[in-house]
Design a protein around this ligand. Sequence first.
Ligand SMILES: [Fe+2]
Ligand SMILES: [Fe+2]
Length: 179
Amino acid sequence: MVNEVKKPDAADALEILRADHRSVEKLFDAFRPAPDAAADARFALVKRACEQLTVHAMLEEELLYPAASEALPDATIKVDEALVEHYLVKSLIQRFVTLEPSHTGFDATFKVLSELVRHHVDEEEKTLFPALRKSSLDLAELGNRIAARKRQLEEKLDAAGVRSTGDRTFSLSHLDFPE
Ligand SMILES: [Fe+2]
Ligand SMILES: [Fe+2]
């Protein structure tokens, strides 16, 4: 079979988002709670996961979900529920603005966050993504827009110094996280 639409060098929208999922899952798997890991290591890992999740959630909310709502008028695909789950994920991420690794609740909050995200990712990959794959949505074109927006958001994170300097403050507000 000839694949006539996909360029060999460009990932489509679902491939980009799936790679994001695998990346954050690796961080979840690598996390070790106290006393097995030092405070700095736990903090650095949680910060990276929160940054990745923030960028990923914005890509989906700004680009994927609106396109999905249009391409999949079928009510069995529940974009509304996905948005509620994003809201919960973002609420937990916000807790890390003030939570320190020494605080009670730091490890527990990250555990609950990881469980929520794993559940959400599972639903996306088992329900939403296959439906989009079968739809008429141009996933290559959407992939280009997602890749461009992702570069822009990561540059913002770099400009805020949070990825490169090991700054201990969460600077996710620099991303103008949507309500
Ligand atoms: Fe999502
Ligand atoms: Fe996702």
